[in-house]
Write a protein that binds this ligand. Sequence first.
Ligand SMILES: *Cc1c(COP(=O)(O)O)cnc(C)c1O
Length: 397
Amino acid sequence: MTNKLNEQNWRPKTQMVRGGTQRSMFDETSEAIFMTSGFIYNRAEDAEAAFKNEVDRFIYSRYGNPTNEMFQDRLSLLEGAEACRATASGMAAVFASLACQVNAGDRVVGSRALFGSCQFILTEILPRFGVEVEIVDGASIDQWSKALSKPTKAVFFETPSNPGLEIIDIAAVCKIAHEAGALVIVDNVFATPVLQHPLKLGADIVVYSTTKHIDGQGRTMGGAILGSKEWINNVLSPFYRHTGPSMSPFNGWLLLKGLETLEMRVKTHCQNALDIAEFLVKHKTPTKVLYPGLNSHPQYDLATAQMSDFGTVVCIDLDGQKSNAFRFMNALQLIDISNNLGDSKSLTTHPATTTHQRISEDERSKLGITDGFVRLSIGLEDVEDLKEDIAQALEKV
Ligand SMILES: *Cc1c(COP(=O)(O)O)cnc(C)c1O
């Protein structure tokens, strides 16, 4: 296997197409899929040396695999990270990033506005293992300061949040967290590696559900954890090797090819999303339109400072009424009802009854997820067709 050496100096678009490529003896154009669980050794001594970590080579695909390594290297270049590990799903990435480093008695501070399963890990699973978890309003620097006035092991948040599109000041929270001795983990799913670089703003670890925009075509589950070489090799790697959250090489290949078109896809998603958000603001029906790119968004200035564009998800509230939300969603003819997002196909979700139904009504109301709240993941279709579909469905509300 051979690769090139000056990848770090390439511009992002070149890194997306070529970064991490390693060619086999066959000199293939497109990266190969190494669908193999194991690797062979010429001599017993070579196996011994590999297990003693005396040589850097592939041992077993639970530890690492050539196709997945190409994906990990390409994503690391885009993120500006030293190292990456691919996981079977976004949730495997979130769980491993926390579980690899916390011990009973440690403290973790997280934001309230989280994807339902991330919230479950923080509030249900970690406390079972004796980890103290405190939840704060992510937009309140005061609450972060108070919660981080005690020594803390890790901080976890997502920005923009799913589905409330809350923006958290990454640089400000990192500064406070580091004073408390905490490593900061940012779930960057909604921003994608194209729009926001948490590591450059001071974060220590970035996690992705690659199921979303990185695949972007609804084909595969996947996740990724990025950070320093030191942390990935010494803290994450032992946990990752022995607990088995690793990615299938086939999925690694799909995601590697997904990265090649990521920037152009995300840019079009964002253009369509802004267009639709502005169209919805002018429409009489939604009682609220939420998009970080509208200057009516409570953290528009922070979003502008921290992100290069505003993301692919637009949310509306239809007067807090479930009947309105369901009537709207059922009337859509082009946009599909699905709990996924970041897909080339536009999708819509009713968080209160699906992704966030497990969360108490009280918590949901704190997050602004009313029964009339509808999430729209804006795809790559012609935006005029999307607007016509939304307009005819709003007529039915
Ligand atoms: C989807 C999602 C996850 C979980 O990812 P899976 O690939 O579905 O396991 C985590 N965080 C956020 C913000 C998400 O949107």
